[in-house]
Design a protein around this ligand. Structure first.
Ligand code: NIG
Ligand code: FE
Length: 411
């Protein structure tokens, strides 16, 4: 039997024909229907409209959601939720005055997580990671990308990617896996970068490809991490195995990395806390989408991505959490949307577009999720009774979600 949700106060991001993404020019428009109905058949959206045109209810399982808002589940296109342990001590060290860079230089940071991960069994890692995944689904995330990058050894990277594969098999939401062997140089390669890149290209990549463990390839293109040239080697090697790039770039410094990413056909460039006019020019007329990670800026006190500058230049923008133990120990997309509004001055419409349809483009799932469109997966959020969707960013610390529906079923 089909289910019909009736008396929906606002049905958001509703599109007769879905788009892949919305450009900066259109991001201020969030298509919606007030006083709406929504029909779900099995795991798919079957139809919608205004209550005036609501079909007779006899043949439906009827759910009255009066006073509540329905919107597509969030899409989180950038996470590192597979990790071992935590970095709580570094958090306290930062409060006491150390910077992210100083902590990393003392052997903390990514290398700290890599040490723990290599000491953790695959089973234990799966158990730790699945709790995070379950938590973020309850917070409204209905599609997610997950990176490796805390192994930094052949075995460690494979272990992470196998955990992601198990998550894909056991959870009902779309999950994409990204290989991030180029996250940091292990200590023994500090003076011999090319040897570590050889390891990535000649040892890790062939095994990952053989087991079909990755959808994308990533690198941390940053001063003190992977240079433009080193990242280009990684992107080229990935391409040979059919892996499109999604790159961490411009988090702390602008070193012309975005140009290289665009040139290599990257799906997305992520972080972009520091952006030059030239970077914006390069992104125009490209198919590469910028992804901002405001919870990271919030947590480690670095600048926010200049969203308005990019949006007013016509660029599409996506939002993601960056959930990881070092710079963003939170996977809450509601907070990301609120922070984008509060700190980056995005309007609620822009932020919701960025966290749904544009985020879906960033991980290539916009044919399945990201909008309320006939034929797409019935993955959506039902809020508690609220005044309007503006309340979602306004009450930034509250949980306004009453139910999360994945594949037509309550979680
Ligand atoms: O996206 N910037 C690089 N990678 C992560 C942080 C990694 C860590 O500190 O563990 C990020 O912020
Ligand atoms: Fe990240």
């Amino acid at each position: 039997m089909q289910t019909i949700y009736i008396n929906i106060k606002e049905l958001l991001q509703v599109r007769e024909i879905s788009v892949e993404k919305v450009s900066g020019k259109e991001m201020s428009i969030l298509p919606k229907i007030d006083n709406a109905f929504l029909i779900v058949k099995d795991d798919r959206i079957e139809g919608f409209g205004t209550m005036e045109n609501c079909p007779s209810l006899e043949n439906f399982n009827v759910i009255d959601v009066e006073g509540k808002v329905i919107l597509p589940t969030w899409v989180d296109s950038h996470t590192h939720i597979v990790y071992a342990g935590n970095r709580i001590q570094e958090f306290v060290d930062r409060i006491n005055g150390l910077s992210y860079e100083e902590i990393a230089n003392r052997g903390g940071g990514i290398l700290n997580s890599a040490k723990r991960l290599n000491e953790t069994s695959e089973e234990d890692l799966y158990e730790q990671s699945k709790k995070r995944l379950e938590e973020v689904i309850l917070q409204g995330t209905g599609a997610i990308e997950i990176k490796s990058g805390y192994g930094l050894t052949v075995e460690g990277e494979l272990k992470m990617l196998r955990v992601i594969k198990r998550l894909k098999e056991n959870y009902a939401i779309p999950i994409k896996a990204t290989f991030l062997g180029a996250h940091a140089f292990p200590t023994q390669y500090k003076e011999n970068h090319s040897a570590y890149i050889d390891l990535i290209i000649n040892e890790m990549l062939p095994k990952i490809a053989e087991e079909k463990l990755a959808d994308y390839i990533d690198a941390f293109l940053e001063t003190g991490y992977f240079s433009v040239e080193e990242t280009e080697r990684i992107m080229e090697a990935g391409k040979k195995y059919g892996l499109t790039a999604k790159i961490h770039v411009n988090q702390f410094t602008a070193i012309d990395g975005i140009k290289a990413c665009v040139h290599h056909g990257a799906r997305s460039v992520d972080h972009l806390e520091i952006v030059t006019d030239e970077d914006i020019e390069v992104l125009k007329n490209s198919e590469t989408i910028p992804v901002a990670l405001p919870s990271c800026s919030y947590f480690i006190s670095i600048p926010y991505t200049p969203a308005l500058k990019m949006i007013s230049a016509g660029l599409p923008l996506a939002l993601a959490t960056d959930y990881n133990p070092g710079t963003t120990p939170s996977g809450n997309m509601n907070f990301v949307v609120a922070t984008a509004c509060i700190k980056m001055k995005m309007t609620p419409e822009e932020a919701i577009n960025a966290a749904t349809i544009n985020a879906a483009f960033a991980m290539d799932v916009s044919n399945e999720v990201g909008s309320i469109t006939k034929g797409k997966k019935a993955n959506f959020i039902i809020t508690k009774p609220i005044h309007s969707y503006y309340q979602i960013p306004y009450e930034f610390g509250s949980n306004l979600i009453e139910k999360v529906v994945i594949n037509g079923k309550y979680i």
